[in-house]
Ligand binder design. Structure first.
Ligand SMILES: NC(=O)c1ccc[n+]([C@@H]2O[C@H](COP(=O)([O-])OP(=O)(O)OC[C@H]3O[C@@H](n4cnc5c(N)ncnc54)[C@H](O)[C@@H]3O)[C@@H](O)[C@H]2O)c1
Length: 374
């Protein structure tokens, strides 16, 4: 199969959808890999490195026009819409339930689009989202520690303390992938860490793997109120799948928090778990409400593209190899994890929530496959 790797043109996006190591794996399996010139630069991969791996460096037009399977990181943006076409399979983060113009562009083009974020295991896990949660979780205490420094507007406390001086207190709300990773780094920094969770099973699991190193508390409105009052750094890491994050930290609670404490609301991409959270960017990551510094960057992994690119491609490559080996139709038939990833097939919307969100026609994937739309 001829596999294209396009350069990301969305502002502040430095990741690339395939590493040179991934390119070599594909080339060794007999596929042709075309990488857009300069596409790896933001992740510290040179064109030379791709060529040494057996890929060819190509122009943007060549990559989009000649590829059978096109790999990207972010969804196509308006200047890329004219490049979408029938016969092409696109594999990328799409998030089209929130993007009607892109949904229409995909449908009208006749393309097949598989979204990283809806690839799903039989246990309901989202394997292509997990590494970004791991990274955001690990970044959260780092960002929080930075903004706790006095010159940055914070309380002026060192999370690790020193001998004879107490460490800082970190409260993590939500003990899933983000929360666990945030706790591990905060513990490593020497902070005193509390995780508030709602799932008893998850708390039992966290107890086993973090035994003695964190305090685990059942999350409730009262417990959140008491815990955040005592915290130097609060990390918001809750998720209710498919829903907006619950507003667990209310405006009233801020008034009782320590002056110049920091809230890192990782759940901001689902609306945030504090009433006062609103999305920020890496250019202007923080703002202050009632004396509490809010860090609410919606794409935290974008700050560390060298790590993020590798972590993303580690998990996407097996699916890429599968699509390349079997062809898109057989890969979808063969792999029940890949099938829910298909949002659009041959220009038909095959993901019900997307069709519903925009009031457009829905074609069940099996019907699209049976109709041979690709
Ligand atoms: N800002 C970013 O750059 C970025 C990056 C990655 C992920 N995220 C977001 O971070 C959030 C967490 O993601 P995740 O992968 O850890 O999800 P997850 O499903 O692994 O974990 C969420 C946890 O929250 C818990 N929870 C739900 N309601 C709760 C409550 N009321 N109190 C306490 N805990 C509660 C759940 O039991 C679960 O363990 C999501 O909104 C995700 O989209 C943001």
């Amino acid at each position: 199969m001829r596999i294209g790797v396009a350069k990301e043109i969305k502002p502040q996006e430095y990741r690339i959808a395939l590493t040179p190591a991934g390119a070599r794996e594909l080339v060794q399996r007999g596929h042709e890999v075309l990488v857009e010139a300069g596409a790896g630069a933001g992740s510290a991969f040179t064109d030379d490195a791709y060529e040494r791996a057996g890929a060819a460096i190509a122009s943007v037009d060549d990559v989009w026009e000649r590829a059978e399977l096109l790999l990207k990181v972010k969804e196509p943006i308006a200047p890329e819409y004219p490049r979408l076409r029938e016969g092409l399979t696109l594999f990328t983060y799409l998030h089209i339930a929130a993007d009607e113009p892109l949904t229409r562009a995909l449908v009208e083009s006749g393309i097949t689009a598989i979204a990283y974020e809806t690839v799903e295991t039989d246990r309901g896990a989202l394997p292509l989202l997990a590494p970004m949660s791991e990274i955001a979780g690990r970044l959260a205490p780092q960002a929080g520690a930075h903004y706790l420094e006095k010159p940055k507007g914070g309380r002026g406390i060192l999370l690790g303390g020193v001998a004879g001086v107490a460490p800082g207190k970190v409260v993590v709300i939500g003990g899933g992938i983000v929360g666990y990773n945030a706790a591990v780094i905060a513990i490593g920094m020497g902070a005193q860490v509390t995780i508030l969770e709602r799932s008893v099973d998850r708390m039992r699991y966290l107890e086993q793997i973090l035994s003695g190193r964190v305090t685990l508390l059942m999350s409730s409105s009262l417990q959140v109120e008491e815990s955040v009052q005592d915290a130097d750094l609060v990390i918001g890491a809750v998720l209710i799948p498919g829903a907006l994050a619950p507003k667990l930290v209310t405006r009233d609670m801020l008034g009782a928090m320590k002056d110049a404490s920091v809230l890192v609301d990782v759940a901001i991409d689902q609306g945030g778990c504090a009433e006062t959270s609103r999305p920020t960017t890496h250019d202007e990551p923080v703002y202050t409400v009632d004396g509490v510094v809010h860090y609410c960057v919606a794409n935290m992994p974008g700050a560390v593209p060298i790590t993020s690119t590798r972590a993303l491609t580690n998990v996407t490559l097996p699916y890429v190899e599968e699509i390349a080996a079997l062809g898109v139709v057989d890969a979808i038939r063969h792999d029940p994890e890949l099938a829910p990833g298909v949002n659009v097939m041959g220009g038909r919307i095959t993901y019900e929530a997307v069709a519903e969100a925009h009031g457009l026609d829905y074609t069940p994937l099996d019907d699209a496959l049976a109709a041979g739309v690709v």
